[in-house]
Design a protein. Sequence first.
Lengths: 119, 115
Amino acid sequence: GAGVSQTPSNKVTEKGKYVELRCDPISGHTALYWYRQSLGQGPEFLIYFQGTGAADDSGLPNDRFFAVRPEGSVSTLKIQRTERGDSAVYLCASSLTASTGGTLNTEAFFGQGTRLTVV
Amino acid sequence: AQSVAQPEDQVNVAEGNPLTVKCTYSVSGNPYLFWYVQYPNRGLQFLLKYITGDNLVKGSYGFEAEFNKSQTSFHLKKPSALVSDSALYFCAVRDYRDSSYKLIFGSGTRLLVRP
């Protein structure tokens, strides 16, 4: 597609339920990132994939959060036993490559996000 | 630890006047610096970046930013503001030695350009 696509755009779920958020990156982009943006805050890093593997998952807040990218394209962020504090906009971004020749020379393109509300 | 500070929650400017949105950063090594803009109900859009070279970088929509290593700043500027520039602006940094390539964002500055 022309840009990063995230579905659904909005998700309302009950506390304790399981949710999946999907990200379809720009075709050919090998690097994929998930961020979380709470109201009035900047995006906070969650996890970074290079290809199929999670190269850095240090931003995942706890073991209720998990993400996969099995074929190196579409990624799914999974949240178990949702809590009201998980309510936020979840942003996905992709880039051609995180690094070429040792320097970061491509910017990340962001999707419109999924607004998750846990009630 | 890497961090970004955007000291102003909101910047107000009249259309046609110059604007500045401030950003300071903290990284252990050399920084890669970025500005993104967020319009209502839309994703973050890339404006410009500093990687190396000339300290003054030019970006989209007439915006520019100046990298100042001694002051650890990367302020966003535009010579003449437009009402359509009203949006939320985020500064972000990455330490070039950070192999995860993640961006650390500031808390954002809302720019309001009045007619």
